[in-house]
Design a protein around this ligand. Structure first.
Ligand code: ASP
Ligand code: MG
Length: 418
């Protein structure tokens, strides 16, 4: 007998009937002889609805009040699920982030979990309860309610699994696992049975929205075996995400992904002196704006330019900050390019295999696709291309690396149909 943490997303608890289905899945695990902690998201599109509601009240809602508002969504679903489990004759108790003691940093709207108290969880489990925990939320050490960022319930579940030293964390969702190519792009896709944390992490960062990236990071850090599985087909084992050391030999490329939700910002004529980049990116970081690809040009006549990408949601905030920094560092213009897509190939098998980048660039070139920016990590190569080229690029790369049927291509943002 062990501890299993289950997580159900918004679509799985969208209505009373579905809540009962979830209750059945939970009870099934309990009947296997396990202690069960269930983490749930808000019902259906509740979070979207609450965000819209706030925006209808004011265009610029305060982030503390946003967290107060958004955290209510999960409080509804935990209570309803606990009631449903009780109605089936099992002991259940719901707990919000504060009651559990899911301690986060003091940041609103995308706080990181720093600690999870296990005393109350262990006590309730010992008393025979199934515990239903509100995902996506936490509390600071001085009692302020925080949220973890959209999709954050996955991270809540994995962090709880790590804190309780659970045997496994099962992320139940409306797909049957980590899927191959987006069916809109390459039909006849297959589900992947096993993938490494490292690959999943890169895929999640570059656009896979199956899992919240921090959930995979946390699973990797604490070696929590993670399963993505269907909440409608309970016998299906889905996709298991584990450490790369436990896996077989790789193809060089395990997946292809596209992200059309970023924008490129170019800062021109920056003085070529120490501290300029530090000031620019320091100011963005201080305001919690993550920067993705960065390129600095070679200095010419004492100046250079820096281009980088941010999430389009952060664009307005980034421009405000950059306007201030621009005066401080004496920079030239700020230019915005919204017509971009980041196309990436990911694979743990790339390590120590030269030539993969060249193959990628040649394949794009053969299809007449121009590359605007390039970045690489140990197991990932990303190219920025025009938005309209995202789909042809995915097709070309799937073909180049033999990924038509069995591997992964995931897409974040809207993909222009060309
Ligand atoms: N309810 C939150 C959201 O919609 C958190 C989650 O679903 O994981 O983003
Ligand atoms: Mg989700």
């Amino acid at each position: 007998m062990g501890i299993i943490v289950q997580k159900f997303g918004g679509t799985s608890v969208a209505d009373p009937q579905k809540i009962h289905n979830v209750a059945n899945a939970v009870i099934r695990e309990k009947n296997n002889g396990n202690d069960v902690v269930v983490v749930v998201s808000a019902m259906g599109h509740t979070t979207d609805y609450l965000i819209k509601l706030a925006k209808d009240v004011t265009l610029n809602p305060d982030s503390r009040e946003m967290d107060m508002l958004l955290s209510t969504g999960e409080q509804v679903s935990i209570a309803l699920l606990a009631m449903a489990i009780q109605a089936h004759g099992y002991k259940a108790i719901s707990m919000n982030g504060q009651q559990v003691g899911i301690i986060t940093e003091n940041v609103h709207s995308k706080a990181r979990i720093v600690d999870i108290k296990t005393e109350k969880l262990n006590k309730h489990l010992k008393d025979g309860n199934i515990i239903v925990v509100a995902g996506f939320q936490g509390v600071t050490t001085d009692g302020e309610i925080t949220t973890l960022g959209r999709g954050g319930s996955d991270t809540s579940a994995v962090a709880i699994a790590a804190a309780l030293k659970a045997d496994r964390c099962d992320i139940y969702t409306d797909v049957e696992g980590v899927y191959a190519t987006d069916p809109r792009i390459v039909p006849n896709v297959k589900k992947v049975d096993t993938i490494s944390y490292e690959e999943m992490l890169e895929l999640a960062r570059v656009g896979a929205n199956v899992l919240h990236p921090r959930s995979v990071e946390t699973a990797k850090q604490f070696s929590v075996p993670l399963r993505v599985r269907s909440s409608f087909k309970l016998d299906n084992l889905g996709t298991l995400i584990i450490g790369v050391e436990n896996m077989e030999i790789y193809k060089p490329v395990a997946g292809v992904a596209a992200d059309t939700s970023q924008v490129r910002i170019l800062l021109s004529n920056l003085p070529d002196i120490p501290g300029t980049a530090a000031k620019v990116f320091g100011a963005l970081a201080k305001n919690n704006i993550s920067v993705d690809m960065i390129i600095q040009s070679l200095a010419n006549n004492g100046t250079n330019s820096i281009a980088f990408t941010v999430d389009e949601d952060d664009l307005a905030g980034a421009i405000d900050i950059l306007e201030l920094v621009r005066n401080e560092v004496n920079a030239g213009e700020i230019l915005i390019d919204k017509d971009i897509a980041k196309v990436s190939i990911v694979g743990a098998g790339m390590v120590d295999r030269p030539g993969i980048a060249a193959d990628m660039f040649r394949s794009l070139a053969d299809h007449g696709i121009n590359i605007k920016m390039i970045s690489t990590s140990e197991i990932k190569i990303s190219c920025l291309v025009e938005k309209d080229n995202a789909k042809p690029a995915i097709k070309a790369l799937c073909e180049e690396f033999d990924l038509e049927t069995a591997e992964i291509a995931v897409v974040k943002g809207d993909l222009p149909n060309v």
